[in-house]
Design a protein around this ligand. Structure first.
Ligand code: S3P
Length: 197
């Protein structure tokens, strides 16, 4: 596996899209939207897009068609949006586990891991349970710990790590914009310089 520094170098100049990865309820949707606003870029939330297209909640998709069908839908969105320019993408927390997810992203993709603790993830996730069938059940914290242990090696493939516990989404978005600007040597592609990142 290539080291993070090597991938940071590769991600440099120009950064054409930022992909937010991380566990359920790490803030990918909220931070992603604010980051896109800051950069003047488009924002694609995979789960929202899947719910919009299917007319079903994520929970209903899991119940009616099973997790593999949901992963197939995520894969289709990666093929569709993985080359989008000037865009922030927010796939769901399990996207990165699917073989080929990262590889399907076009060059110029900066992967940012929003790192959340299992405690905070569960606190936040229970506010939107229909969206997180994988945490349903009697002991969501135990489930979150197990899932996170499986997934951490995949999240570690990101170019950049940002800790999010207890932080304001605007601050996180500002931090990522600043990192992207630094890595891109001043300006990610299409970044409006008047934004205070
Ligand atoms: C999932 C995360 C969810 C959603 C689905 C599966 C996962 O999205 O895609 O419930 O496998 O971690 P969030 O990461 O936005 O919670």
């Amino acid at each position: 596996m290539r080291g993070r520094r090597a991938r940071e170098r590769e991600a440099r100049r120009p950064i054409r899209r930022i992909v937010l990865v991380g566990f359920m309820a790490s803030g990918k949707s909220t931070v992603g939207r604010r980051l896109a606003d800051r950069l003047g870029w488009d924002f694609v939330d995979f789960d929202e897009e899947i719910e919009r297209r299917s007319g079903l909640t994520i929970g209903e998709i899991f119940r009616r068609f099973g997790e593999p069908a949901f992963r197939e839908m995520e894969g289709e969105l990666t093929r569709e949006f993985g080359g989008l320019e000037h865009a922030v993408l927010a796939p769901g927390g399990g996207w990165i586990m699917q073989p080929g997810s990262i590889e399907r992203l076009a060059p110029g993709s900066l992967l940012v891991w929003l790192r959340v603790s299992p405690q905070e993830a569960v606190r936040r996730a229970l506010r939107a349970p229909t969206h997180r069938p994988l945490l349903a059940g009697p002991d969501p914290l135990r489930r979150a710990r197990l899932l996170l242990a499986d997934r951490e090696p995949f999240y570690r493939r990101a170019d950049v790590v940002v800790d999010v516990d207890g932080r304001d989404p605007d601050d996180i978005a500002a931090e990522i914009a600043a990192i992207a600007r630094r890595l891109a040597g001043g300006n990610p592609a299409g970044y409006h310089d008047d934004c205070d990142g």
